[in-house]
Design a protein around this ligand. Sequence first.
Ligand SMILES: *[C@@H]1O[C@H](CO)[C@@H](O)[C@H](O)[C@H]1NC(C)=O
Ligand SMILES: *[C@@H]1O[C@H](CO)[C@@H](O)[C@H](O)[C@H]1NC(C)=O
Length: 377
Amino acid sequence: MWICCLCMVTYGLENSTRCGKILLRLGLLIHLEGPLFGLLSFIWITTIRMVRMILMPGYYVRMLSTRGQSACNTNGSKVLHQRLNVEHPSSSWFCQWLVGVTDGDGTFSISKQGNSWNLVFKIAQSSYNLRLLFYIKQSLGVGRVNIEKSSDMASFRIRDRKQLAEVIFPIFDTFPLLTTKQFYYDRLKKAYTILEDETLSKIERDQRIEDLLLTKPTADYVSPVWTDVTLPMSFEDVKRIVTNPWLVGFIEAEGSFYLVVKEKGLRIVHAFGLTQKLDWLVLEGIRIRLGIATKVRKNKLGFNGLDTTNSRAIDNLGGFFNGKMKGMKAVEFKIWLRSQKYKGNFSKLESIQAFLRNLRRKRAFTSLWDRLKDNRR
Ligand SMILES: *[C@@H]1O[C@H](CO)[C@@H](O)[C@H](O)[C@H]1NC(C)=O
Ligand SMILES: *[C@@H]1O[C@H](CO)[C@@H](O)[C@H](O)[C@H]1NC(C)=O
């Protein structure tokens, strides 16, 4: 608790997601290296920050304004370029990453509220991963982060139609979604066109949107990005479609890095898994992209699953994702990756497995949330 207070004082309340990150790192250090080491690192980190704050007051301002600097080369919207503060015009990393996250946990919804239609782009996460949502908000410069106290879920949303058109459409028009969510994106855009069409009467508009809402993806729907691809997929095709930033974003949303007991008390191994209800093709693409030999299988519920404990595949994954993720999955991943040095040490790995499970159960304090008023605007 006192660490938390100190941390808040040092960073200011607005920065408490960042604070959480540091606390987690410390918790991790204490867990892995012992309490004394943790305490020493904490003193060290705090001293450095204090010194920086005193000597370079501009540092924090700069740090805030340079976070999330990545920009999209969408060729579409000038507003977007200005908004994203384009420093590296060719960098589209953030946007492709966002498309990956959206393919994982995003929705495009159309709903009626009273007399008017709402179009909403939303990314939902457990409130444990507020960090990811704030990263998106900061990078896009629009939208709101909300937390639902009842369900422990948090979300990033844009429902302003103008912002959707200026910020969201250029991204998804440049980098199409790979999953069935492309269908729902297209549908949202059609609804947008209908709502913006001044020549239609209100009744006509309502009718057209009602009709639109009745459309559903067919059972064999695949995103148009896959249309030229023949099976079995070639690595070249996969590389063109499943880009690195997309994959990082998608895995942040959907992937899990975990430890699994193979023989009780004897053998515990590192594993990676991914499950999708639809979109077998996407999992197959990821399988090839990451060099995983295990086939994509249907589980009992009829979902497609990609799981591996193969040590070569696990090594590949470690190299691929290290240092690239933005949300809490980055923290989980790091613990998972570092614990590989304890291969063969059952009790140590078992305690890390428990630690990871515990970590995933963490939720944002609602009291903390109430004080983050700034972010609700
Ligand atoms: C943007 O437009 C330029 C010229 O119009 C073109 O050369 C470039 O490839 C385009 N970039 C993207 C990402 O579409
Ligand atoms: C497992 O790791 C712990 C903690 O690092 C260590 O104390 C223990 O000796 C190790 N056991 C084996 C069998 O290597």
